[in-house]
Write a protein that binds this ligand. Structure first.
Ligand SMILES: [Zn+2]
Length: 339
């Protein structure tokens, strides 16, 4: 009989649920819309109904090792409370874990959405071969996750790994976190669109940029990337800023942690060729540790690898499913030590 886990990835627009076996094989994936507007109680009810549906379907064929749930926001790991969530306004100070557990009648593991993405890449993606890694998720915001010794690094209260709020410009653009000039304000999809509008306001936008601007459906980080690869100078400058900001942010992490790998995922990662040259240039400048250990150097047996994520939007689902599996390993290790 196989062992499987259920992973849940709750985003601002989608609620996704997957059953994954302990070798990483995807058994089933469900995608539901997240109707955040209808309020958290209905979102949680939809989530629990879908989990129940998957759990029932595989009851006879395997053993459920647990349920992992990734949600956006700051989470207090001890209490399972969402302390603050930018996309889910009415979830602030809400005991999400307890409410889900009550509805399902079984324990669940609650985790930050960027952390589950990091765990997914560690398990089955770019970080498969390493024990320690940092991950940046460049989406609507910039999320982060740290994996040390194969496990997520939570810090004191569970809020570690907020790499998107690493400061780039002390007096820069105001950030949702209350600070200014955070990485998120220069390397997220939202920031790319904002920087393009700012370029137009400064009269530095090309005619193509100005032509796209009035239509918010057309004026996206993706269409700006397309302009950049076609050689549009004003679009190229925006992605150079993305790379510059990432170079400073990652450079700081390399200096602090000297990890073997930093993985960049999220929708903006697909613009890699537009921002990566500026990112690597800045990294070499800001971090002498990176300059010494980059793959071009042959001084050390290992290099600092900075690479694209491999699992796309499924990283969080796999990572969430992985959490109960790791919890069970830890319990097995503990009981072995006690015996
Ligand atoms: Zn911030």
């Amino acid at each position: 009989m196989q062992t499987f886990a259920i992973g849940v990835d709750l985003g601002g627009t989608n609620l996704r649920i997957a059953a994954v076996d302990d070798s990483g094989k995807l058994l089933e994936k469900l995608t539901l819309g997240t109707e955040v507007k209808r309020g958290r109680d209905l979102v949680i009810k939809d989530m629990c109904d879908a989990i129940e549906q998957v759990r029932t379907r595989y009851k006879g064929t395997g053993t459920l090792s647990g349920i992992g749930v990734g949600v956006p926001g700051f989470i207090d790991m001890a209490t399972g409370m969402v302390m603050r969530s930018p996309n889910l306004a009415d979830w602030t100070n809400f005991p999400v874990r307890d409410v889900i557990q009550q509805q399902l009648g079984t324990p669940v593991i609650l985790e930050n959405d960027a952390n589950v993405a990091a765990m997914g890449e560690k398990w089955l993606g770019a970080g498969r071969g390493v024990e320690h890694m940092g991950m940046y998720t460049l989406g609507t915001g910039v999320g982060g996750g740290l994996v040390f010794h194969g496990r997520l690094w939570h810090g004191m209260t569970g809020m570690a790994g907020e790499l998107g709020h690493f400061n780039i410009f002390p007096d820069g653009h105001p950030c949702g976190c209350g600070s200014r000039g955070c990485l998120e304000q220069y390397a997220s999809a939202t920031a790319i669109v904002r920087m393009a509008r700012e370029a137009i306001e400064r009269k530095e936008g090309s005619p193509e940029l100005e032509r796209l601007a009035p239509d918010p459906v057309q004026f996206t980080s993706r269409s700006l990337y397309n302009l950049a690869v076609q050689g549009d100078a004003s679009a190229k400058r925006i992605f150079e800023t993305v790379g510059f900001a990432l170079g400073i942010g990652i450079g700081g992490m390399v200096n602090a942690l000297n990890l073997p790998m930093y993985v960049i995922g999220g929708g903006v990662a697909s613009s890699w060729d537009a921002f990566a040259p500026a990112m690597f240039k800045e990294l070499n400048f800001r971090s002498s540790i990176y300059a010494l250990t980059s793959p071009e150097q042959k001084e050390f047996a290992q290099s600092t690898i900075i690479t694209r994520a491999l699992l796309g939007s499924d990283a969080g689902l796999y990572g969430a499913a992985r959490l109960p599996m790791l919890e069970n390993f830890t319990q097995m290790e503990k009981s072995r030590t006690l015996a």
